[in-house]
Design a protein around this ligand. Sequence first.
Ligand code: FES
Length: 356
Amino acid sequence: MKKFHALTVCAKKRETSDSVRIALHVPDELQAEFAFKAGQHLPVQIELGGKKLRRTYSICSPQGEWPLEIAVRIQPGGQFSEFTADGLSVGDQLAVMPPNGQFHVELNATRQRFYLGCAAGSGITPILSIMASVLNAEPLSRFALFYGNRQQGTTMFIDDLFALKNRFPERLQLHFLFSQEEQEFDIASGRLDAAKLRQLFGCFFAGAKPAEAFVCGPDTMITSVTDTLIDLGLAADLVHAERFGARRKSGVAPVAIDADTSAFTKVTVVMDGHKKSFRMPRTGANIVDAAAAQGIELPYSCKGGVCATCRTHVRKGEVKMATHYGLEPWEIEKGFVLACQSTPVSDELLLDYDKT
Ligand code: FES
């Protein structure tokens, strides 16, 4: 089972007026555990006022490069992001879990593929890692980016994107869109939605269209962009989406231990070869919260069904899941579930956290 490790902040700088970029030193002995695929994310934990707070951030560094870099958009009133902006300094340590997530590119040096990235706002973070990694590792592949923001001043990674364009002028196309600043050409104005995507395709991809796409941004943008890409002829299994902006569904309620005892389930979890058991009500509680209420800490980060940090395998019994954005269809078929979104259905449940 993945665990938190203390990583030292080795660099920190303002990326834009409302975002900060943090580099984390990974010591030699942890580099195998923190090896990542471009597009994956890191669960990060801090303690504020005696309370543990967890968030998940995509890695923006290219695959195979150290230190690990993440970028945090500062949300007004957001405890975690305000702490990282104002309370965190170079030399401090952050509790970080090894990289995770199915949103990633499989690099292949012999491949000759045309990739597309569609990003809105801070959704650029994993896409930047994917772009740089593809351009570094696949000398025959090309990449095009459609990147939507409100204004140029809050556009993240603009220097990195132009540096990449300078290194790979023939193989990288960059197209910026701004929704709150008038642009000289209509095609560069507005949001990245279905109509704009069709317009961009018509204008820039009259010849060859992309074969594989990576999409990251707010939930509404992801839905319209992925549907449109499939409509435009991309294979559905080659359109990948990262739904970090997905809203939490209300199907998973807080723990209610005082439920009818006849509707309890015995849950056994296997972690690092050890078994632990607890009982939980079959309604009103998700497995992560129910275990925590009884002193058993199971892995989690977003608790929104998105990051898959809580992913586990059902070896015996049955659960129902409220959402499962963070799982691929093959994982659901093979019996993997998101514990933060699951409530038991059967009398007994055996969950294997060691199965990958
Ligand atoms: S904790 Fe993120 S999906 Fe469950």
